[in-house]
Every structure is written in C-alpha cells, then in structure tokens.
Design a binder for this molecule. Structure first.
Ligand code: ATP
Length: 214
C-alpha cells in the first residue's frame, strides 16, 4: 500500500475505485479535464464530498478549470496499487461463483481471480473462465504458496464461518463476503459484506417509499 494512503479517511478510500473507474472512462473518451459537478453527477456522490475527498489527494483541482483527468488517474493508479495485478481466490463455485469466474475483472481494475476452490467432485479439476478449480483440502496450502491476500466467498451460509476460520491460518487480509453470514474475524482481517438479496430489498423499499426523492 502507498504511504500517502494512511492520511486518507476510510470513507474516502472506499470511494476511490468508483472515481478511478469513472476517470478511466473519461480518459478513454479523450476528456482532459472534469469538474466536481460532472463527477458528482456521474458517480452519485455530492460535489462537496468529492471536493473534500480530492483535497486529501493534494491540490489537484483548479477553480474554473476543474481537475486534470490524467493527473488524477496517475494519483489513483499509485494509491490503489493498480500498476500491479493483485491475485485473489474464490471459494464456492456455485451459480454466483461461476458468474464471477466468467467475469473479466481485469477490464476495470487490476485484480484477477487466480484460483478457485470447491468441495464438489464434479467441479474440482475443471476450469471456468480460465480459472482452475481445486479441492478445498488444498485451499490453505495453495493460498499460502501463491501469497493470496484476499478471497471472494460464495459458499452456502452454513459453511461460511468454518471456511473463514480455516482462512485465518493463511495470510489472508480481506474477505469479500457474498454470504448472508456475519463473519467473526480478528481485527486484522477486513470483511466487506455484500448481501445481494438485502441490497435489492433495500432498493425496492426506497423506490416504494421515497419515489420522488433525488
Ligand atoms: P449450484 O447450483 O452450483 O449448487 P448455488 O450457488 O445455488 O449453485 P450453493 O449451495 O450456494 O450453490 O453453493 C455454492 C458452491 O459452494 C457450490 O459449488 C458448492 O459445491 C460449494 N460448497 C459447498 N460447501 C462448500 C465448502 N464447505 N467449501 C467450499 N465450497 C463449498
């Protein structure tokens, strides 16, 4: 991780990939500069927050000019360590796991699923989206050997904690948890929890209850 990142608040750091992706698109379409208002409209973050976020990155914005797309991109690349591909592992090659294996994460950022694990003998030894699926028995050894620091968890909820406990014996630092389980982990491990059912339910709730709000 970059040294400068220590100074960036967590909430800001979480928005970095969002900004980064949008700026890549801007750059690809040939845009040289962008205003905080344009960014705000595109990434749905209010422009005051954007200006505050960007102030942590140094004096990159100029009044009446906006932000220089290339210098922002250079900053994000450095901060997000995007110059180097980060390999992650996926555990649980069901419907959701399979979709992730087939999705090309490299299109938008430099993370790649390097290996997958499952208990199903029909899946073990096969390859999906160019990713090999290994037996769970080999999980700890392979994750350690490859220096993997993050995993995507797409297993049934009942086995999520047991697998997490096994992961604690590797060098894993982060888990992207797609199961509804609230995982118990030591403070050194970061868990990002994405419950698609809850997200969808919450979206529908807002649509029904706050239909007029921006
Ligand atoms: P499918 O139709 O392939 O069963 P699904 O997403 O509905 O997909 P789930 O029951 O959620 O299936 O299981 C997801 C995947 O996790 C399956 O491929 C299953 O074999 C795998 N799995 C189940 N138990 C474990 C475990 N203990 N360790 C690793 N993978 C597991």
């Amino acid at each position: 991780m970059n040294q400068d990142q220590n100074k960036i608040p967590r909430a800001t750091a979480k928005r970095l990939p969002l900004y980064y992706r949008f700026l890549q698109n801007l750059s690809a379409s040939g845009k040289k500069r962008v205003s905080s208002a344009e960014l705000s409209e595109a990434v749905k973050v209010d422009s005051a927050t954007i200006r505050r976020d960007f102030s942590y990155f140094g004096a990159l914005g100029k009044k009446g000019y906006g932000y220089n797309v290339q210098s922002l991109l250079a900053f994000f690349r450095k901060t997000l360590d995007q110059d180097e591909v980060t390999n992650v592992a996926l555990i649980g090659v069901g419907n959701l796991g399979t979709a992730f294996l087939q999705y090309n994460f490299l299109k938008n950022n430099n993370t790649k699923i390097a290996m997958a694990f499952d208990v199903d003998p029909k899946k073990i030894g096969t390859t999906i989206g160019g990713v090999q699926i290994f037996d769970m028995n080999e999980m700890q050894q392979k994750i350690r050997a490859e220096g993997i620091i993050a995993v995507i968890l797409t297993v049934p909820v009942q086995v999520a904690q047991t697998i997490t406990d096994e992961l604690m014996e590797t060098n894993i630092k982060g888990i992207l948890n797609f199961t509804p389980a609230r995982l118990n982990v030591p403070p050194a491990i970061r868990v990002h929890h994405i419950d698609l059912a809850v997200e969808l339910q919450s979206l529908v709730y807002f649509l029904k209850n706050y239909p007029e709000e921006e």
